[in-house]
Design a protein around this ligand. Sequence first.
Ligand SMILES: NC(=O)c1ccc[n+]([C@@H]2O[C@H](COP(=O)([O-])OP(=O)(O)OC[C@H]3O[C@@H](n4cnc5c(N)ncnc54)[C@H](OP(=O)(O)O)[C@@H]3O)[C@@H](O)[C@H]2O)c1
Length: 340
Amino acid sequence: MNVGIFGASGQVGGVMLSLLAERNFPATQVRLFASSKSAGKKLECLGEQITIEDVDGADFTGIDIALFSMGASASLLWAPKVAASGAIVIDNSSAWRMDPEVPLVVAEVNPYELFTIPKGIIANPNCTTMIAMPVIKPLHERAGLKRVTASTYQAVSGAGIKGVAELSGQMQLLGDPSRLTMSGDVVEFKNIEVFPKPIVANVIPLAGELIDDETVEEHKFRDESRKILGLLDLSVSCTCVRVPVFTGHSISLNLEFLHPIEVEEVSSILKQAPGVELSDIPTPLSCTGKDPCFVGRIRKDHGVANGIALFVSGDNLRKGAALNALQIAEILLKEELNRN
Ligand SMILES: NC(=O)c1ccc[n+]([C@@H]2O[C@H](COP(=O)([O-])OP(=O)(O)OC[C@H]3O[C@@H](n4cnc5c(N)ncnc54)[C@H](OP(=O)(O)O)[C@@H]3O)[C@@H](O)[C@H]2O)c1
């Protein structure tokens, strides 16, 4: 299998390169692509130094699987061209997720959607929805999901390398954090570009731009959850919050079901659920660099009739993007081998 990694110089691209080796991915050839800014630089992949190619002007012939992490506008432009040259594109951006002819897939949850790929493009959900789905799906199968209320705690790396740089820069400016304990505005942050407020020592209840009275991240969570679960009228209420964490998104979930379900049964279902691991206190720090979605604080939601409250943390760069893309590629490869 010839693999192309598009956006190889980025955060998700970097995790993709490590995962190819870690998972012993059977790649015959790996080609790396990014913008002209990174073209010519070399990155190590599977023990070799590979030169990054400029996606603009490249010949894509011979690529079987194209793993895209270049952002939505580059994906809109390049994914159809790469698919037309014969590759299956697995895209991490928001560009194709809600296209009815593009399967939106979480490997453990709805791999059957890979049965038809009309445009040669498969979409990965956004990193917050991704870590919730392996937890929600098996509980829905048992008790019938009626309503989801989600509050997210999203890491700065979810906003790209620029988000990480903004938090790091503000941490350095802050110096001694105790200065903030008496008065919040003793430090004047000049580098506020990616997030609408200082992100260091803060939480920002506005992740992504506002579309109407909700942000783009809140819309994504609702729309993508509905598509993945096949519940087009599912009631979803979501508040997306950016927190000063480098990697690892977390979500507080209140799930209301049609049928009663006890906490013990929820734990027992989730213990066996693929891609899920139980944890007493899931945190972003403890999930960073790990594959599963960690779930804990499982308890009865006393606010509704058949309610369960729980907390999930997952690595946004790994399961939230690179890992899921590779898992999809592995499923496609297995199907291909079965066919031949
Ligand atoms: N970060 C996350 O947690 C996460 C999770 C799920 C999905 N995603 C999605 O994955 C994508 C990448 O995210 P990231 O965090 O890895 O971003 P990033 O660190 O900022 O990296 C972006 C990558 O895309 C390349 N790129 C950008 N514009 C390009 C263009 N016009 N032509 C060619 N290459 C271009 C960059 O190349 P240069 O270095 O040459 O500029 C770089 O390799 C985004 O669509 C994001 O929404 C991210």
